[in-house]
Design a protein around this ligand. Sequence first.
Ligand code: PMP
Length: 405
Amino acid sequence: MNIDTIRSHFPILKKLIHKHPLVYLDNAATTQKPQCVLDALEDYYCEINANIHRGVYYLSEKSTQAFEKARCIVQRFINAQHPQECIFVKSTTEAINLVARSFGDQFIKENDEILISAMEHHSNIVPWQMICQNKGAHLKIIPMNTKGELSIDTLSQYFSKKTKLLAITHVSNVLGTLNPLRDIIKEAHAHNIPVLVDGAQSAPHLKVDVQDLDCDFFTFSGHKIYGPTGIGILYGKAHWLKAMPPYQGGGEMILQVTFEKTTYKEIPFKFEAGTPAIAEAIALSSALEYLNALGWDYITTHERDLLDYAIDALSLVPGLKIIGTPQERIGVISFTMDGIHPHDIGTIVDQFGVAIRTGHHCAMPIMDFFSIPATARVSFGIYNTHEEIDCLIKALQEAKLLFKL
Ligand code: PMP
């Protein structure tokens, strides 16, 4: 499909910002939404709005069918074996907290270890610290090198009999590193260690196949994959989810309640207490179908091309340093510029309509590792173009002029 046609699907891309066409390069934070996702939200509220799984009337049945169809679309999108293995949650953050609390409650004891990597988002650090604190367990860290790659060759030295789970990101939201997860998971499984994958930055950019990865849990957020906010997915292998206690209690997750005792429904409902984000789940499935229709060949080739073009262009800007040079990378570039704080870079390029993220990107340990307070970060999506990267470079040059550099 032609890039102009793709861009025409995203109404917000027509906007002018400070009298300049919007150049949206903050896709790792959240993506823009195509018209089909906006239509799905409106259609839901105009045509079939009713609470699900409860009513026997027409609207409730339609709404329940659309919600459960959305689950099947998610299942096919990540190639899960069963729809029940796909749980609707609020976000990647909620998915990881669910596993930390529920898996942690059931399987983590005093002096056990949980393993994460040095390049995790706070969402894949803090929930594990909290469960470690509760249980008297220990958090262990797989280190990385200055390219921003994990030390895979020495991985097995971090596994021990006490390791109860490895929680690791598929793609770093700061460095863009694509971790070799199949090998890592194979190695972890050889030590009987289950693996949770934080897929927030991979699911929007590459074809995810949870059976091929053989991960035990996989998480991603709707809003980073061209869907709405307030919806995300936790995939878990059925045998783990069945063995884990509910994360929250309330309506919809129970079989029977008396004041003495409550029994729970089977998965996935056991983990979906209360009224879920129905419209958002359905609209997320529209986003996934939109990506399927574009095709992964297009998406990966286009985004690879943008990345190569941007790395070449940024490397030519004097005083600009790209943070992290991993061999295998996807859609994200962090950088610093001599003499300009990243926040100033972000503020100045915004004057030219260019939206980039600046700060620690919820990954303070990565900032500490590189001894920097913050970076500027550009991240790409299916609708970005070479021309937009040229606009970024021009805006960066304006920033240098302003700072007399
Ligand atoms: N993990 C990674 C790698 C991320 O990039 C993000 C979002 N920046 C998250 C987790 C958290 O996602 P959310 O805020 O949608 O829960």
